[in-house]
Design a protein around this ligand. Structure first.
Ligand code: DAH
Length: 338
């Protein structure tokens, strides 16, 4: 049989083999057998020289054409096999439930805090913070809170070190008011800050108490600040937060770091839903001159107001939640609702 007549049948066998390759390894093996350095077509090429001169061009053309066809078949089969390898091994069951990507969201307390902060930002307040592990000076003494005040009792405060030990007693802050002192000691007036933060008290958990909760403190110091400024600011924020039909009222109260001092009540459709016209919501007052003395501000020049309220309480009223402990249980069924 002449070389010329071998080409076509060999090509057909090679094409069959390439098309029949069941995986990429088999395909590479077939490629080597025909097109590799020791492959059959490479061998034919080498034998061209042994042909009579007039047969060489035709034979060369046939071999080259065969190689082109084989390369094309090779590429086509490689594409099929690669696609097959990328497909899942098991057939897809389109009736299976889908895999959802659960979208996280902010905790309701974080949402309420951010809303309060946003309201105060509108009237020029900046956010400040301070340590949760405090000393008794910043938490009590500097705030004009005398040693015999009940808040200082070991029954009410988490001390990290006995008050009887030498040096400052370290404790978990019972309110965010300690940050008033830290900020005023660091900066000169005017001051316009709010302080959201975690606070701690020795309370047994029940529907309205938890040993850890969150407060937001406000402090405004400038020349000629009045109770009217305090009332106006609080009213603006509460209407912004809880609706335009929200009303507030001040009742005289006592705090050692403000004089005069007030408790703030508010009334809105939300309070009526909870069966009450007025709900107590915050403590506030005009910064006590002694507090200014303690931080090195001249009380003859500077005046100011301060307030503090519980974030949980606002969130409970806003969302109609009747047990504070729900905020801390991290039950997704509860959290998903906000
Ligand atoms: N610190 C008080 C509390 O925890 C709240 C408070 C009352 C803060 C009056 C103030 C204030 O800044 O002036 O109950």
């Amino acid at each position: 049989m002449s070389l010329l007549s071998e080409i076509e049948p060999l090509k057909q066998v090679a094409l069959e083999q390439l098309k029949a390759a069941l995986d990429l390894a088999a395909l590479d093996q077939a490629k080597g057998a025909y097109l590799g350095p020791h492959g059959k077509f490479t061998g034919l090429m080498k034998q061209l020289g042994t042909l009579p001169k007039e047969e060489r061009p035709d034979a060369g053309k046939l071999i080259n054409q065969a190689k082109i066809d084989l390369e094309a078949a090779l590429a086509a089969r490689r594409g099929e096999l690669e696609l097959q390898a990328a497909l899942p091994k098991e057939p897809t069951d389109f009736t299976l439930p889908g895999r959802r990507h659960a979208l996280g969201k902010l905790h309701p307390l974080t949402q309420v805090t951010e809303d309060i902060v946003r309201s105060f930002r509108k009237i020029g307040f900046a956010v400040a913070d301070g340590p949760e592990i405090e000393d008794d000076y910043h938490c009590f003494d500097a705030l004009n809170t005398p040693a015999d005040h009940p808040a200082r009792d070991a029954q009410d405060t988490f001390y990290l070190q006995s008050p009887a030990d030498a040096g400052p007693s370290m404790l978990l802050r019972t309110h965010t008011s300690s940050v008033q002192i830290r900020v005023m000691k660091k900066q000169t007036p005017p001051v316009r800050i709010i302080v959201p933060g975690r606070v701690y008290r020795r309370d047994n958990p029940d529907a309205t108490h938890n040993p850890t909760f969150n407060q937001i403190e406000g402090l405004y110091v400038d020349r000629q600040v009045t109770v009217g400024d305090l009332k106006g600011s609080v009213e603006f924020v509460f209407k912004d937060l809880l609706g335009a039909d929200t009303r507030i009222r001040f009742r005289p109260h006592y705090f050692s770091y403000t004089e005069p001092s007030f408790e703030i009540d508010f009334s809105s459709p939300l309070t009526r839903k909870m069966g009450k016209e007025w709900l107590e919501i915050a403590g506030c007052g005009m910064v006590h001159p002694q507090v200014f003395e303690n931080v090195g501000y001249d009380p003859e020049v500077w005046t100011g107001w301060a307030f503090g309220f519980g974030i949980e309480r606002i969130a409970m009223i806003r969302y109609g939640i009747n047990d504070i402990r729900l905020f801390y249980e991290n039950d997704a069924r509860f959290l998903r609702q906000f």
